[in-house]
Design a protein around this ligand. Structure first.
Ligand SMILES: C[S@@+](CC[C@H](N)C(=O)[O-])C[C@H]1O[C@@H](n2cnc3c(N)ncnc32)[C@H](O)[C@@H]1O
Length: 316
């Protein structure tokens, strides 16, 4: 299936693309956001990152139809600082992150992301990395499996599912998505199976997040991205579940809200904030988008703008 970009107009409006700016798309995917940036940024440059080589190959061709002032880079976005340093780029005018899996990744039955297609347990966004879902399912301890199912999937039956995985493994390895789905279904009570939503959804999400180190990568990239902004530069992030959204909200809060002051201590001067929230509340999809694209249901867009250099940087 073609990837329909989520909150496309809202996020591009929020970026306020300048025609001579330097922009980074950390999640190129099928190039929906990157194409719109490139259309507006005719004299600047776009650096488009993705850890999935297929996304890089396909979107390079798509972007070349829009302009030539772009560079696609195959890398995990946690390497944002290293990548920009290697390109000789200092501060930038805008960064966008549209998190999660793209529709082509999810719909490619061979990549093991979907509980609806039978495939080898894989779930790697970056096919060059070694850790895959098979390794997680077949080698992690029961404690580790319980922890990740609880933490990343908020799965109420984490312990039972983890125990069942470990006991099945003692007989033979669990090799495919359907084997895992059957095992999960065999553990869950009938009243849970009768509920709306796929019974393996939470577990698949949790294993995918572990395989791709999603929250750790996001934390590193947010910190790098925030500090890479020029004054006036903007970082816009689209998240798809509460754990991601919380990370983004907290990373933005840490730099855009005044620190709590202990009034009993002597005042150390007025705190000058370097960043401001572009929107206090996250932007969500319009009714029209919700009706047209199922993926937009859980999407939230948050943005931050740098208002000034830090005192240390000004001195440099
Ligand atoms: C939701 S899609 C982006 C779609 C894109 N904005 C568009 O409009 O076509 C997310 C993309 O980010 C990539 N991705 C996810 N995690 C990544 C990471 N840690 N580093 C680099 N790319 C990542 C995925 O491979 C996927 O192609």
């Amino acid at each position: 299936m073609e990837h329909i970009s989520v909150l496309l107009n809202e996020s591009i409006d929020m970026l306020q693309v300048k025609d001579d700016g330097i922009y980074v798309d950390c999640t190129l995917g099928r190039g929906g956001h990157s194409s719109e940036i490139l259309k507006r940024c005719t004299k600047g440059h776009l650096y488009a990152l993705d850890c999935d080589q297929t996304a890089i190959d396909q979107s390079t061709t798509r972007l070349a139809r829009v302009g030539s002032n772009f560079t696609c880079i195959h890398t995990p976005y946690e390497k944002l600082n290293e990548v920009l340093d290697a390109q000789g780029v200092g501060k930038v005018d805008g960064i966008i992150m549209d998190l999660g899996v793209s529709s082509p990744q999810f719909d490619d039955g061979t990549r093991g992301f979907s509980y609806r297609s039978d495939a080898r347990l894989d779930m790697r966004m970056d096919q060059s990395q070694t850790l895959d879902a098979w390794t997680v399912v077949n080698t992690y301890s029961q404690e580790e499996l319980t922890r990740l199912l609880k933490q990343y999937g908020q799965e109420p039956f984490a312990y039972k599912i983890a125990a069942s995985i470990v006991s099945r493994r003692a007989e033979h390895t669990i090799d495919t998505t359907f084997e895992l789905v059957d095992l999960i279904k065999s553990v869950l009570p009938q009243k849970v199976l009768n509920k709306k939503g796929h019974p393996a959804k939470r577990s698949f999400q949790a294993i995918r997040m572990e395989v791709n180190g999603e929250l750790d990568q996001l934390q590193v990239a947010l910190e790098a991205g925030i500090h890479r902004l020029k004054p006036g530069g903007r970082l816009c992030v689209i998240t798809f579940h509460s754990l991601e959204d919380r990370l983004v909200k907290n990373a933005f809060k840490a730099v855009a809200t005044p620190k709590k002051v202990d009034r009993r201590l002597p005042a150390t001067g007025i705190e000058v904030l370097e960043y401001r929230f572009i929107n206090k509340k996250p932007i969500i999809a319009s009714d029209e988008e919700l009706a047209a694209n199922k993926r937009s249901h859980s999407a939230k867009l948050r943005g931050i703008e740098r208002i000034r250099e830090s005192a240390n940087e000004e001195k440099k």
